[in-house]
Design a protein around this ligand. Structure first.
Ligand code: GUN
Length: 281
């Protein structure tokens, strides 16, 4: 039976380090580290995520500023908010909660964020640095958290076959780049992939980031694999991962639960990115 990777405990450790650095920043600079969270419209899931992020800031001595715009705000309105925050010397990190309403071009909004204040690491400059293997860029929070979760197992990534299911800009592509930078052999699968199970069965490290409840079943997992579940699928019975946890845990060596795995680490890494930005790291 797999060992369960405790994302909540690991995230608490990360947050305590972030808090120390945030307090130190405040002592040296006479102001708190500042994170601005921009939300447009009233998507209920986004509302929960944003509230969690703001609460986590409070616990880590980071000042958070929430800017909430109506769902009928224009792209120009949102970009104007971002530009104002770019110019605000008390703000170190800016996050625009996705998805944005359909009439707004997400890429245009993300491109407007100053790359140095891009707490999410979604700006093309930061994504580009990650893909070029350049230091000094901001790494997206969920992939950064996943790497910490894998490292916490003590399993050596070098030379292992890592299979990522999902090719989003937020998770799939950046986690593939990070695993490649850590010398894994990486395969990225997606909705058009043929023989998915045949590929996932060869994974030493399997990252599921598709958004389909229990897509990954036990017969798709190699015995002893490390399984990371990024899924956040909500239905009437609660929050479910992309992995059929109860059965896959019998086959894997390490597995993240949902909730309590990747989710808390995403928030912790957002705080880490914000403090890194404030300290110029
Ligand atoms: N929507 C889903 N995940 C994320 C995330 O990590 N950051 C932002 N800004 N929006 C999201």
């Amino acid at each position: 039976m797999a060992e369960i990777i405790d994302g909540k405990a690991l995230a608490a450790q990360v947050r305590s380090g972030v808090r120390e650095r945030a307090l130190c920043f405040e002592q040296n600079n006479g102001r708190k580290v500042g994170l601005a969270v921009v939300r447009v419209g009233d998507d209920p899931a986004s509302d929960i995520y944003v509230r969690n992020k703001i609460k986590a800031c409070e616990e880590c001595d980071i000042r958070s500023v929430a800017v909430v715009l109506n769902g009928d705000a224009t792209q120009t309105d949102v970009i104007a908010v971002v530009e104002k925050l770019n110019a605000d010397n008390d703000i170190d990190g800016i996050l625009v909660q996705l998805p944005l309403p359909k009439h707004i071009d997400e890429r245009a909004v993300l491109a407007a964020i100053s790359p140095k204040k891009d707490a999410d690491g979604f700006h093309a400059v930061n994504a580009g640095k990650l893909f070029l293997g350049e230091d000094g860029g901001v790494v997206a929070c969920t992939p950064r958290g996943i790497m910490e979760l894998i490292k916490s197992t003590g399993v050596d990534i070098c030379g292992k076959h890592a299979v990522v299911i999902g090719r989003s800009n937020i998770v799939g592509k950046p986690i593939a780049a990070l695993l490649l930078a850590a010398d894994a052999t990486v395969t990225v699968c997606h909705s058009k992939t043929e023989n998915l199970a045949q590929i996932t069965r060869t994974a030493d490290i399997l990252v599921a980031a598709v958004g389909k409840k229990h897509l990954v079943t036990a017969d798709m997992v190699k015995r002893g694999a490390v399984v990371i579940d990024v899924g956040m699928n909500r239905d009437d019975s609660g929050l479910h991962g992309d992995v059929d946890f109860d059965n896959v845990k019998e086959v894997a060596s390490y597995i993240t639960p949902v909730p309590g795995g990747v989710g808390p680490m995403t928030v912790a890494m957002l705080l880490m990115n914000t403090v890194d930005g404030a300290c110029g790291e």
